[in-house]
Design a protein around this ligand. Sequence first.
Ligand code: 5MM
Length: 341
Amino acid sequence: MNLTELNRIATAMVAPGKGILAADESSGTIKKRFDAIGVESTEANRRDYREMLFRSNEAMSQYISGVILYDETIWQDAKDGTPLIKLIEQSGAIPGIKVDEGTQALPMCPGELVTVGLDKLAERLKKYYERGARFAKWRAVIDIGSGIPSMTAISVNAHALARYAALCQAAQIVPIVEPEVLMDGDHDIDRCYDVTQRVLNKTFQELRVQRVALEGMVLKPNMAISGKKSPKQAGVEEVAEKTVRLLKACVPAAVPGIAFLSGGQSDEEATAHLNAMHKLGPLPWGLTFSYGRALQAAPQKAWSGKAENVAAGQRAFSHRARMNGLASKGEWQSSLEKKAA
Ligand code: 5MM
């Protein structure tokens, strides 16, 4: 393992002003997104949509540091025959790959899930590296509800995240470690804080036990935030203050960067929260975005599957990427959103 090189890539993934595009929706998830805009989820439509994003020159060259791909996409070619992964490389962004194989019910723990995909992972990583992937992603899903999460779910998911991360580093690939505490419930921000703290502490304990080099990874956490159905919704300042406090308590400064998931926040909320956190600096690690929905909802709507809307889709993507790029330096203002509208 060349740790200097892993650290160089991890640092580039969280460079100020840039963040990661999570375009790694599995077939089931992208179908849901396409259903919402009335587009059939065929291989060609998925290719056209992602090609539109990767050919958005302004966004890709100025605000996107890396792109997380799904297995289908990393092997796909653009309409003119150029591999999609080459479009990403040509823009200056780093290609990455989702390597988990989704979740399964966790035995003995009703309502809880464990992420799978460790079998043959070493072989798969080798092929992805040869294809050009320089980082990977594995997402664990922790739900908050009555009596959950159990310590069992936290523990097995942390163990799997660390197994994956160690395999990645051995294959010279930077692991994005994503332990997502869902914001789907009716819990308040303090419950999210407590659960996320337990999850992050266990995850870093496992990473250490399995000898993962913290200097060669990126953490992709949720923010400390109210559950979507909570009657008590924390404001932007509270989310920023509690998230920074939580991360300072749990994430060693040796980690080069943290790139948040958006988790179902609105586009603008996700941007405002990241921006507000940068007002609380200096921070010990790079802090940026690795958004899926909060970067793609607008371009998906603008595109709606029509070739004549490609330019509009690219404008929508570039706008969100620019807003989040500014937020990653604490330079975003809500008036910039209004001006663009
Ligand atoms: C883009 O969505 C990713 C893939 O999800 P599935 O494996 O369930 O299809 C997801 O892992 C994503 O990378 C993160 O959750 C961040 O995306 P959001 O939309 O939460 O910012």
